[in-house]
Design a protein around this ligand. Sequence first.
Ligand SMILES: [Zn+2]
Length: 273
Amino acid sequence: MPELAEVELARRQWAAFHGEPITRVTTHLKARIYRDCPAPALRVLEGLTLLRSRAHGKRMLFTFGPELHLEVHLGMSGKLSVGPQDHKEQKHDHLILHTSEAALIFNDYRMFGRVMLHDCANPWADFPPQPQDSKFSVSRMRKLIEKHPKKPLKALLLDQNACPGVGNWMADEICWRLGLHPGVPCLGLNPALVRKEIRFVSLGAIKHVADKNTTASVDGFAPGTYVAQVPPKNWLFQHRWKKGGHCPKCGDALERDTIATRTTAWCPTCQQA
Ligand SMILES: [Zn+2]
């Protein structure tokens, strides 16, 4: 499942075409990505210009007018890419926005992704602040901790209303940096420290994954497959996937278990229970 940095990287593929009119829209009528929005409705975008885009957590919003937006969720296997104007359609290219020069492609072989149209000014007006936003403040963090005293730390981090865009690997990274076992309850956590590490990992992930992958448009986005640049070796990220992975801080063997319904890795030496 893509997390905020991978979603930001995907958004930037299409964002390179801000200012370009959409000449034609191609859809696969029966694809499950259209479960919230019938595929023919996407034709409303023909003749309109892709004005701007933004990401929030695991979603992307492409704006075509003051009250017209296309929202895209990548789901598990969705990817955004850019092909040439005469792009040869692939089996799982369920949505293609054609411009005079390029094909903006949403490919999703498992179809957990989805698209929807919004005909209002700001469909995301009520969304909570993201970790990388200045509104993600210490007082907000304190309120979240007070509201969920018994919730395991990892579950709070994965709560998309609390920390939008933080997913499994980022949550493990944050717990590891805090020196806390992912299962510790939120009660008594230091809100300033928790916020600091959430922001460090979020901003660092964007820097390492989205900012440095300048050639990504060639291959498009596919979680875990093509991202050439990943966080460095002194992050848990580089060690948590490996069987027999070791803590990059102390060198002890990492432990793994299911916490907050997700496979979790932690260092039994560095992270207090
Ligand atoms: Zn360690």
